[in-house]
Design a protein around this ligand. Structure first.
Ligand code: AMP
Length: 231
């Protein structure tokens, strides 16, 4: 397969709670991209009690990373599905995963267009995540006690189900997730900087502001690709 110059293949990098998932959902819709969130895929596997889910749960509840071998296979299976490109949210999280992704893309004669780095202070992450509540019936219905409270306390506006806190959104676990991010994921900043594809964003901006900025950058990037393909 020759490299498709008009597709967008993008990695979202940043600590938990930086807003990668929110932006990924918006951008996937803007550009018709496949949104792959390893956290969401794993949570689904846990809910369905699959073998992978059972193995992953212990790591997730403690805020530790699930072993690379399990994650890489999960992503490799899926990246081919995004014909117009993909947004990877929460992957890669280690240099080993980044290298495996690079090899998987090379085998398809493809490469990444951009790595978007979401920069935010640890204390802001703790504040954002410890106030997060999710619907017990549909975890994509997300609230925040301070910034986006439900109309009735502890009840989902959309389906009336009780809200709950994700096991890994407890303060102690959030702090462990941040430590894991600094130790194991931050080295990816220089990995992608060396490849000349890193773009930095201040993730403490509002959702809308950040979305507008990234959307403009990705539109320009796609246009460059289209011009190169047409040349
Ligand atoms: P997230 O929703 O992206 O914060 O992911 C929740 C949890 O899933 C993480 O704390 C890890 O335990 C696990 N996880 C998600 N993505 C990865 C990954 N790329 N590598 C290892 N573990 C992951």
């Amino acid at each position: 397969m020759a490299e498709d110059q008009t597709a967008l293949r993008v990695v979202l990098l940043g600590p938990p709670g930086a807003g990668k998932g929110t932006q990924a959902r918006l951008l996937a819709e803007d550009f018709h991209l496949l949104h792959l969130s390893t956290g969401d895929i794993l949570r689904e596997e846990v809910a369905k009690e699959t073998a992978l889910g059972k193995e992953a749960k212990g790591y997730m509840d403690k805020g530790e990373l699930v072993p690379d071998s399990l994650i890489v296979a999960m992503i490799e299976e899926r990246i081919g599905e995004g014909k117009q490109g993909f947004l990877l949210d929460g992957f890669p999280r280690t240099v080993g995963q980044a290298e495996a992704l690079e090899r998987a893309l090379q085998r398809r004669s493809l490469s990444l267009n951009a790595c978007l780095l979401f920069e935010i202070d640890d204390e802001e992450v703790v504040m954002r995540l410890s106030g997060r509540r999710v619907c017990s019936k549909n975890p994509s219905h997300i609230y925040h006690l301070q910034f986006d409270p439900p109309k009735r306390p502890e009840v989902c506006d959309q389906d009336g189900a009780p809200l709950r806190q994700r096991e890994d959104d407890r303060e102690e676990t959030i702090r462990r997730r941040l430590e894991v991010y600094h130790q194991q994921t931050e080295p990816l900043i220089s990995f992608y900087e060396e490849r000349g594809i890193l773009r930095r964003y201040n993730a403490s901006r509002s959702v809308e502001e950040l979305h507008n900025l990234i959307r403009a950058d990705l539109a320009a990037l796609r246009l460059e690709g289209e011009l190169a393909a047409g040349a």
